[in-house]
Design a protein around this ligand. Structure first.
Ligand code: ADP
Ligand code: MG
Length: 451
């Protein structure tokens, strides 16, 4: 009897002994991979399954095998990942949510200031995409209310706005031992407070609450656009605080001039201070963020896996973190490290959940739209000056976002691969020196990812 037949019979036997769920969970993906001197080697897809089966079913399996091959003396369990990628499959949204809540529970929200202890300047990784907002943040902690007031930070989803502005509040609280009172509020919360106060004729309560702080931090201000009463109340709050040299910090998903439904008088208040943007993190920064979060979570991943995560999760830091959490969660379930294929599997599934994959057409279209040029001109052999930069940026993004090969990019753009290499290297170097180019690329990525 060959191994496969023998194992087939054994499994039939086990199927009778076990409940259907147990059998499906633990044994369906097992295989008999070898037999030597009376020792039979059974492969299971992961460490978790191995441990479980070893502890629970060792005797039954040995007994069943002996029915068909009396030379069997011993069963050894081994892990063969290719047996199946079972662990990632088993994560349900609910289980993952529980896991993530457990992480959240290890932090505290201070009831007076609404600040969450997880957001600190120490854990905020700094790189080219956010060094300006970081510098401003540290300056504000040193000179509250006078230097950069208001401080307006904007950027796409999941790029660190909330982290940064809460971290400023936490740093101030720490430094002044509670003598200065920061107050963090989302603009939705501010809105609902105003609505409540109007309905209950308690507008004085609102005034007291929001004018009694030393630092007012308002997150996602874009949501108050179009809400007349809320904007009005916010305008008065703003003025009252500002006149008293209290610090005001605001975040938004776009710059003040693009907040279409915001009153002009509010917009010009915002423009009176410092406006800075947070951009998309580049590879080194993503790498540093993964390492930092692993330390926070007290979990280890191999360099290879860390690199893989940082290379694949580019869209924003929230996505990066979500993927890491899933991998950590799977490893905890499995009680052992995932192999590369399993990690790839988790990443692919997560990216699918987060968004449709970006296509090369989307990239070219976004670049063309941004520069107001014809998309065909990007790939046409002409030397028009106005398409030189767009074309180079397009090649850079094809590489950065889609990791296309140089020859492929060259072909796509009607050039050879050396031209592609040259263009991509040029843009990569420029980005480190030229902030206006970095901003352009950020805006183009906004177009691509929000499409
Ligand atoms: P936003 O408010 O811009 O949508 P968040 O501040 O909520 O984004 O950031 C999303 C996640 O990414 C948070 O968990 C945050 O801690 C993390 N994060 C963002 N920027 C950084 C950074 N520079 N260093 C470390 N973690 C970051
Ligand atoms: Mg936020």
């Amino acid at each position: 009897m060959n191994l496969e037949e023998l194992w087939g019979l054994t499994l039939n036997e086990m199927e009778i002994q076990l409940s259907r769920a147990s059998f499906a969970t633990w044994l369906k993906q097992s295989r008999l991979v070898d037999r030597k001197d009376g020792t039979f080697f059974v492969a299971l897809p992961n460490h978790f399954a191995k441990e479980w089966v070893e502890n629970k079913y060792h005797k039954n399996i040995l007994g069943a095998v002996r029915n068909f091959d009396s030379s069997a003396k011993k069963i050894e369990f081994v892990v063969r990942a290719e047996a199946a990628k079972a662990a990632p499959e088993r994560i349900t949204a609910e289980a993952l949510e529980k896991f993530e809540n457990r992480i959240d529970l290890s932090y505290q929200v201070d009831p007076q200031s609404n600040l969450n202890s997880r957001y600190t300047l120490d854990t905020f990784v700094v790189g080219p995409s956010n060094e300006m907002v970081y510098a401003a943040a540290t300056a504000i902690v040193e000179e509250i209310g006078t230097k950069y007031n208001p401080f307006f930070v904007y950027g796409g989803v999941g790029l660190g706005k909330t982290h940064l502005i809460q971290a400023i509040g936490n740093a101030i609280r720490e430094r002044h031992h509670g003598k200065l009172r920061p107050l963090y509020v989302s603009s939705e919360r501010f809105t609902s407070d105003v609505v409540w106060a109007l309905r209950n004729k308690r507008i004085e309560d609102i005034k007291k609450k929001y004018r009694n702080c030393d630092v007012l931090i308002v997150d996602d201000i874009q949501f108050i656009g179009g809400k007349e009463k809320t904007m009005e109340e916010f305008f008065h709050t703003f003025n009252a605080l500002y006149e008293n040299n209290k610090q005001i910090i605001i975040s938004s998903d776009r710059p003040p001039q693009s907040l279409a439904t915001l009153e002009d008088r509010l917009r010009s208040r915002f423009e009176g201070g410092l406006i800075a943007d947070i951009g998309y993190p580049e590879y080194e920064m993503r790498l540093a963020i993964v390492r930092g979060k692993l330390q926070e979570r007290r979990h280890e991943l191999s360099d290879e896996i860390v690199d893989l995560i940082a290379r694949r999760a580019k869209k924003n830091i929230r996505e990066l973190e979500g993927i890491m959490n899933k991998i950590i969660f799977c490893e905890e379930m499995k009680k052992g490290p995932l192999d590369r294929a399993e990690v790839e599997d988790v990443i692919n599934k997560s990216l699918k959940n987060f968004s449709q994959p970006v296509t090369d057409y989307q990239i070219l279209k976004a670049v063309a739209d941004f520069y107001s040029v014809n998309p065909e001109d990007l790939a046409r052999r002409n030397r028009k000056k106005e398409v030189v930069e767009p074309r180079q940026v397009a090649m850079y993004l094809l590489r950065d976002i889609l990791e296309m090969s140089y020859p492929y990019i060259g072909k796509k753009m009607g050039r050879d691969h050396t031209t592609a290499i040259h263009a991509i290297e040029k843009i990569s170097q420029e980005i480190n020196k030229n902030t206006s180019l970095t901003q352009k690329i950020n805006l183009i990525k906004d177009l691509i990812y929000k499409a």
